[in-house]
Design a protein around this ligand. Structure first.
Ligand SMILES: C[S@@+](CC[C@H](N)C(=O)[O-])C[C@H]1O[C@@H](n2cnc3c(N)ncnc32)[C@H](O)[C@@H]1O
Length: 352
């Protein structure tokens, strides 16, 4: 126990049915330090605070409360989600999440002031206000983040995404995208810029393919450009690969369960264009992720295209990630947009 805070090492250690309240330590990836993160706090009654709130009746804590509370208190959109402590005999749980400012249309607090800085500085600030428990929570959350294994991170990622993707009522929702068909096209359609126009046919593989919607959308968009694109996908979540196959039975042999960090085609096949969303692994593994694709997945004369869907200034661009990982960028797509306005970052490619 640390001042009434009981550290938990895994979600199964929490009696979820007893939880009535959550506190959410919100972290933003530090663009200048791979693997580093800054704490963000919000202002409440003239003091800096960690977002906290009650569980709504019938709400799932992981899928609902921990998403809603930081959105409603400070306009913060969680991505990675990890429980690290229980308090008050299990009725209160603490999570750390990373993410950034929310720019979408859900109910959220748009004009709340943020404090951001190192976890140590944030803990001192909270203690100087007399909020020792909040200071302990941010320090304990940061310790959990710093020491989290890849396996735990991956298992928590699975828990965060899969239920929401399976419950989605649009194909793009089954790939984690909240928006219309037209917005999907605006956001992801720029990836056709990475197609080599001198090729009339391309084998395309999407890592982290979820329900396969990006891979099959790419086939449609490439066809408009006169290019025949054969879609493939790999995802770490077996349920999502099963969904991709159910939605696209003609492509059953094109979807695989695997980790982007280590997957190789079972027969050693390689692909002309491989897409990877960089946040499928922590930033300190980007170099390894990229090198693995170039060594084992991308064809000898192929291309690797890398995306980052976060928004500035909370997220580094795909180009910043790739450059920092020590790889020269060979080209970049147009700026993706939403309702005609810039959103996120151009994707960038590396020629093998
Ligand atoms: C936001 S969806 C991306 C959907 C689509 N590829 C796109 O870019 O719009 C992220 C997917 O990555 C998967 N994923 C997360 N970590 C992964 C990993 N290490 N290897 C492969 N897939 C992973 C998740 O299960 C999820 O389905």
């Amino acid at each position: 126990m640390t001042g009434g805070v009981r550290v938990v090492e895994e979600p199964d250690a929490v009696a979820w049915g007893r939880v009535r309240e959550v506190s959410v330590v919100c972290l933003v990836e530090d663009p200048d330090s791979p693997g580093g993160a800054e704490l963000v706090l919000h202002q409440r009654d003239g003091r800096w605070a960690v977002p906290a709130g009650r569980r709504a009746p019938g709400e799932d804590v992981w899928d609902g409360t921990v998403l809603r509370v930081p959105l409603e208190t400070m306009g913060f959109r969680r991505q990675d989600t990890h429980v690290f402590a229980v308090l008050d005999e299990g009725s209160h749980v603490a999570f750390w999440v990373n993410g950034g400012r929310y720019a979408g249309t859900r109910l959220h607090a748009a004009d709340v002031s943020w404090w951001s800085g190192s976890v140590a500085a944030g803990a001192s600030l909270l203690r100087s206000q007399g909020d020792d428990l909040a200071a302990t929570l941010v320090e304990t959350g940061e310790e959990s983040r710093r020491t989290m294994t890849y396996e735990r991170r991956t298992a928590d990622g699975h828990r965060t995404l899969v239920g929401a993707y399976l419950a989605a009522d649009t194909p793009q929702g089954g790939s984690g995208f909240g928006g219309s068909d037209a917005e999907w096209r605006e956001a992801r359609g720029v990836l056709v810029d990475a197609l080599d126009p001198s090729r009339s046919s391309v084998r395309f593989l999407d890592h982290g393919c979820a329900n396969g919607h990006l891979a099959v959308s790419m086939a449609d968009w490439a066809r408009e450009a006169g290019i025949e694109l054969d879609p493939y996908g790999v995802d770490i979540a077996p349920e999502l690969v099963a969904l991709a196959i159910a939605d696209h039975p003609a492509l059953t042999s094109h979807f695989f369960v695997g980790d982007a960090l280590s997957w190789v085609h079972p027969a050693g096949e390689r692909f002309d264009l491989v897409h990877v969303l960089l946040d499928v692994v922590p930033a300190d593994l980007h170099r390894e992720l990229i090198q693995h694709q170039l060594d084992h997945v991308v064809a000898g004369d192929g291309r690797l295209v890398l995306s980052e869907y976060g928004d500035p200034p909370s997220s580094p661009s795909a180009e910043a990630h790739v450059t920092r990982a020590g790889h020269p960028v060979s080209g970049r797509t147009r700026q993706p947009t939403r309702a005609g306005r810039a959103r996120g970052f151009p994707s960038v490619w590396i020629d093998a």
